[in-house]
Design a protein around this ligand. Structure first.
Ligand code: THU
Length: 135
């Protein structure tokens, strides 16, 4: 697979994959389907969707599901995460997901759909002061 770097990322493709993932969402309580697509350095894309629970607080977001899945696929340092909602875009990641992203790559790119096109943001723009336990 082609080595991917910050200059040759196909953000439209990543967003399309996130859209596909959103179709798999399990969200009978909110009816707010979210899909996420994580881009690995070797070009692989790993998907995640939100999965809700009757005990609402157990809900897991699409982004964190995708990141956890990418980890077990051997993706040590994800380069980018695309997020797409079937209900409302742009769908920016919640604070918890941003914090989890910092764990794996402080320079992660975040892609959302804005007015029908990819909007690309840097993690540090969305979460300028992540919790870092003084590191
Ligand atoms: N959700 C995500 O999947 N990602 C986010 O970044 C924020 C919210 C989900 C959780 C819940 O299933 C639904 O959206 C409504 O909050």
């Amino acid at each position: 697979m082609e080595e991917i770097n910050q200059t040759n990322i196909d953000y439209s493709k990543l967003l399309k994959e996130a859209k596909k993932a959103a179709l798999r969402a399990y969200c009978p309580y909110s009816n707010f389907e979210v899909g996420a697509a994580v881009l690995c350095a070797d070009g692989r894309i790993v998907l995640g969707c939100n999965v809700e629970n009757l005990s609402y607080g157990l809900t897991i977001c699409a982004e964190r599901n995708a990141l956890a899945a990418s980890r077990v696929q051997g993706c040590a340092k994800p380069l980018a995460v695309a997020v797409y909602s079937l209900k409302q875009n742009p769908c920016y990641p919640c604070g918890a997901c941003l914090q989890v992203m910092t764990e794996f790559n402080e320079r992660m790119k975040i892609v959302v759909e804005k007015d029908g096109s990819p909007e690309v943001l840097r993690l540090e723009e969305l979460l300028p002061f992540p919790f870092n336990q003084g590191r």
